[in-house]
Design a protein around this ligand. Sequence first.
Ligand SMILES: [Fe+2]
Length: 311
Amino acid sequence: MLRVSNYNYVKKYFLKNLKKTKNKKIHKKTSLLSTDRKHLNSLNQKGYCVVKNVFSKRFIDSLRLDFAKEIKELKNISCPRDLRLQKKNIEQINLPKLDEKTFLQGEKKFKNFTDSIKLKDPLINLPRIIQVALNKRIISICSNFFGCIPYLTFLKCVKTFKNQRKEHDTQHFHIDENSVKLLKVFIYLNDVNSKKDGPFYYVQDSFKNIKEKWGKNARWNENYLKKEYGVKKFKPILAKRGDIIFANTVAFHRGIKPIMKNRNIIILNYGMHVDFTFNNKLDITSKILKRDLSKLTKKNKSILSLLSTVN
Ligand SMILES: [Fe+2]
């Protein structure tokens, strides 16, 4: 049976890598803008923060448009899951992919049959995301959270569809059990103005006792969690294009299914080691082109050094 990795084992591995990284001069935490002091406090105390206007709307729009172009041409898009085969059990995460014929008929056809689509290898197929991942403000906040500059361990670029399908997979409450400490950075590529636009949904403070919950369920019942933490702790995180959300996702969270408009997002994972998957094994990491990596400074190279390189 597949089991998530053991908490104490992952913690030991995390501490070992934290120590190793803290000893590297190049990973010394960077200075924090005085305006980011409150963001860091929020992150440490509540588990999340929203930093406004980091990127220009124009830049974010250009990323969204490029992603849309790839979707239109079905270029570098992973074949999504077929939600017509969805079962009632919220723990059922793995579904077969759409048949190729339906997929090749394009987004207009398949958008009603799946929850979301992903861009393959975002750092390769949308290379401007490299600059996003290495953004000074992001690295500054992340490094002050960890006490040293972390590594980028994984990222994805996703379009989530508004449709009649039921919530699926990460649209149910869960804990990221890939590390005992990691930081996710969420960058909406379209404005998320209300719960109807499919925001990230976070249970404030739930990171504080998460060890007790680790590994018990893959997906959690919302009513149970509301009784456990209180309705007031449930925060839909709204943000505009250009804003950044930071969250400690070793805590209860989910993505709300959009009902007003599709939601486009880039999600970056930062941590001290490659993400764990099941049975105390390390997961695969995202890919980057060797030649793009070679153009970077020594420090930036190190931030991306856990990724797998391709020629
Ligand atoms: Fe998650």
